[in-house]
Design a protein. Structure first.
Length: 218
C-alpha cells in the first residue's frame, strides 16, 4: 500500500515507521525539516518539506498514486483542509485526519471526514484507569453505546466457556490471550484465570460482568 502522511510529529513519525517496517511505501510531509529526524537513519520512505495541504508537496510525495492519506499535524484546520484536498483534488480512496479538539467532531462528521479524536481517546483511557480498574482500556463507538473493552479474568471464570461469559446482544468476545498465545473466541473455548479477553460491549453491561474481572494491584 502507498501511504502519504502529513505531519512528522510523535504520531506521524511512529505511524510512518510502523507502516514502512510492514513493507508499505510511505512518504512523509512536514513544514519543519528538523521533524524528519524522528524517523531516524533507517527509514526507507521519502520525506518532503511543505504544509499538509500544499499541492506541490503533496505531488512530490506521490499523492496522485496514493492508496491512503493521513493528516496528523498539530493543527485541526490543516488536517481538515489536507484530507479535503486529498479526496476532492486527487481522489485518494482512503483518508484519515487527526482531531485534537473534541468540539469539532460534529463538523468533521458533517463533512464526512474519517478521523481519530486523539484527545477524546486519551481522556477516555485515563478516565478508565482512574475510575474502573477492572477494565484495562475502553474505546467507545457510535455515541458511546458500543465499547471495546479489555479485561483480565478472575478465578470465578474457572469452568466457564466463552459462550457462558457472553451476553446475547450485549457482550461479544472477539479474542482471548493466554500467556504468549492468542485465540479467536470460539463459543466452546474454556476460560481460565488470568486470561485476557477483548470484547465488544453495550454500555451498562460491564457492571454485570465485573465479578469475573481481576483488578491489578498497584
Amino acid at each position: 500500500m502507498r501511504v502519504v502522511i502529513a505531519g512528522c510529529g510523535r504520531v506521524g513519525s511512529d505511524l510512518a515507521l510502523s507502516l514502512a517496517d510492514g513493507g508499505h511505501d510511505v512518504s512523509v510531509i512536514d513544514n519543519i525539516p528538523d521533524a524528519f529526524r524522528r524517523l531516524g537513519s533507517t527509514f526507507n520512505g521519502t520525506v518532503h518539506e511543505g504544509l499538509a495541504y500544499d499541492i506541490r508537496a503533496l505531488r512530490a510525495a506521490g499523492i496522485e498514486f496514493a492508496d491512503s492519506f493521513v493528516a496528523v499535524s498539530n493543527s485541526d484546520n490543516s488536517n481538515l483542509m489536507a484530507v479535503q484536498v486529498a479526496k476532492q483534488v486527487f481522489g485518494v480512496p482512503k483518508t484519515v485526519a487527526r482531531l485534537d479538539d473534541p468540539r469539532r467532531t460534529d463538523a468533521y462528521r458533517a463533512l464526512q471526514v474519517r478521523h481519530v479524536a486523539a484527545a477524546k481517546l486519551t481522556s477516555q483511557a485515563i478516565r478508565e484507569q482512574l475510575l474502573d480498574e477492572a477494565f484495562h482500556y475502553h474505546v467507545a463507538y457510535f455515541g458511546d453505546d458500543v465499547q471495546l473493552i479489555e479485561m483480565r479474568l478472575a478465578a470465578e471464570v474457572e469452568g466457564m466457556t466463552v459462550a457462558d461469559l457472553e451476553v446475547v446482544g450485549k457482550l461479544r468476545i472477539a479474542a482471548v490471550r493466554r500467556g504468549l498465545e492468542s485465540h479467536i473466541a470460539e463459543p466452546g473455548f474454556e476460560l481460565e484465570e488470568d486470561d485476557t479477553v477483548v470484547a465488544a460491549a453495550l454500555e451498562g453491561i460491564r457492571k454485570k460482568i465485573r465479578r469475573y474481572c481481576k483488578v491489578d494491584e498497584v
